[in-house]
Design a binder for this molecule. Sequence first.
Ligand code: ADP
Length: 799
Amino acid sequence: MQTTIRALPLLPLRGILVFPYMVVHLDVGREKSIKAIEEAMIQDRHIFLATQKEAQTDSPGKDDIYRVGTVAELKQLLKLPGGTIRVMVEGIARGRIVHYLDTDPFFKVEVEQYCEPQVKTTQLEALMRNLTYQFEQYVKLSKRIPPETVVSALNIEEPGRLADIIASHLPLRVEDKQVILEAVDVGERLEKLCALVAKELEIVELERRINVRVRKQMEKTQKEYYLREQMKAIQRELGEKDERAAEGEEYREKIAAAKLPKEVEEKALKEVERLEKMPPMAAEATVVRNYLDWILALPWTKSTKDRIDIQAAEAVLEADHYGLKKPKERILEYLAIRKLAKKMKGPILCFVGPPGVGKTSLGKSIARALDRKFVRISLGGVRDEAEIRGHRRTYVGALPGRIIQGMRTAGSKNPVFLLDEVDKMSVDFRGDPSAALLEVLDPEQNSAFSDHYIEIPFDLSNVLFITTANLYHNIPRPLLDRMEVIYISGYTEEEKVQIAVRHLIPKQLKEHGLDKKALMISENAVRRLIREYTRESGVRNLEREIATICRKTAKEIVAHKAEQVRVTQRNVERFLGIPRFRYGMAEKEDEVGVATGLAWTETGGDTLAIEIVVCRGKGALTLTGKLGEVMRESAQAGYSYIRSRAGQLGIDEMFHEKYDIHVHVPEGATPKDGPSAGITIACALASALSGRKVRHDVAMTGEITLRGRVLPVGGIKEKVLAAHRAGIKTVILPAENKKDLEEIPANVRNKLEFVFVDHMDQVLETALVKDDLGQEVLTAAPPLPPEVTYQPMVQERPS
Ligand code: ADP
């Protein structure tokens, strides 16, 4: 091979290698290199390009630079800002550094420049074809090199040049390129390059395969995603399925979170499945949804922790209620037993008493004492079994019964559950609510209470049931057997005053947003409220009146900027209007034919004036005032007794043929019943027929037999309190009721005179007015209307 020796400035290259025939731009910054370029420019523009072994080396020495490089011509020169020079060089021929002539201020080397022979042997031709073929493949696969390059490469005839051009296009490492550069022999060069291209081809092929695999995988997930999105869009367009699935999913999540008992969960999941199969707008779907909501809302497993601390319970009861000594004691005993026998299947408490005596609020206090939730349902007027047990889901608008509704409200499975007014349920063709209630209250059955709507048995055994009633004898018998009755009778005036001062007034002040100083109600004013504005056993109306005063006070404060309002005995009327009741005497004067009885009504005790008039007639007995059967019968009994005793009483024995008798009990709109008015009717009858007056300050109660015996009656405490309220002085009671006097507060007992009687004669003895000398006043004839003289009757009287 021909060579020429030349002395040339050296430009060391970093990370790049220039082949002959290659045109490249180089940015030159190093001082030594710039000087070399300047030298070249002075000479014939030729420069020797050799690559550094390590690109990082800043000022390379002789050994840091490859010996073989390229002789190149500087084509263009451009000064860039910052002192760098951009040069365009074109490779001319291979060269090898023979030795370094100079190293400072720039490298100057003696170079042996090769001149390549242009002969083309068959072997070279074969190698060339092989190389171009492989290169073609490579370009096809790698896509990194523009295909035109292949075309221009194909046109190259010189084998050495072909190798150099291809090598310069391939993304080879500098070391590999150097190997090609150093292969001065063309055959060797082609062979080496073929090997390199083959290797590259393999790598590219591998890359491609990896690529394909990655893409395939990506495509698959992408495709799925895309399809799913499309499916959703279609479903949305059709307006179904997707929502349903989402709803079902939502319910499933809720069910899982609710931790339902297994049986309930299974049922709920079955319903969800059903729901998913229905069109969302179907009426049936709403039914299922409602059902699921109910199931999820019920406290199947949730419960609160009990606090069974008798002292704490006592403190709570005392704080909430004034008086009520006996009921409180009974409640505490009951709680103590519950503490001892954890899962006691004991009786249900039943508070019996007139309205407003604190039955409901005692229930609330028990819940507070035990730290349990409290729910209350009223059974007043319930006449349908379905109200307790719910309707089957097949009915439109079906709902669970009140028990299950109560449990949902409670939100725990062990609340205190107050069943108000168990005595007010009634029975009709729709079934007997008390039978359903029996199942609720029966500890043997209520661990699996079945509601028609819910269908799955619900456990009520942890619930503390409390019932209330106004009248004992209206409570359904079977229920009564399971209950422990606690009577709460009415309050005395003094008790009411205390309750008002300690509880009702502070409570109402708070509810009306007033503070203690804004409204002062004197004790005497309270007393007036009790006497003249209410007539009741409990304190419900009293509380209402106090609320009225609070409202008016609030108005005065807001509208008239009053700072303080005082309510005294004298100005009560300003707030409440004229008094509603006359306090004091039930009757003002002694009269003929009017006797005061004592009655026990739902609202507590009351006085009852029984009036009788006698007129000429044919012996008819008329009873008016909405009297019940028992009361009518006892009036008949009294009538017969008087007839049988007419002689002794100085009454015309034939009165039953000559006179019509009318018995009326005022307040005619209120139904009245019971036997306890027996002696009162008999007394009034005796008075009316004999013309003797009845004492207005005497009140009485007692059942009468045909022979005139007086039998005991109930509700003594209520009745006596009512008598006291009405200003009665003497109370006639059956002798057998003497024991009941104990219940009556001493301050009331001491103000009254009690006469205990066995027989009707004793009643008349006490009740009928005696003359000044204490003699019985016997009037010969019944008082008749003025136009009728009673002369004829005198004549008719047997001597
Ligand atoms: P009931 O259920 O017997 O009809 P409530 O419990 O509704 O009566 O009582 C009516 C109001 O009277 C309630 O505000 C209650 O707090 C109050 N009350 C009744 N008795 C007492 C009492 N002994 N001490 C304090 N407040 C009472």
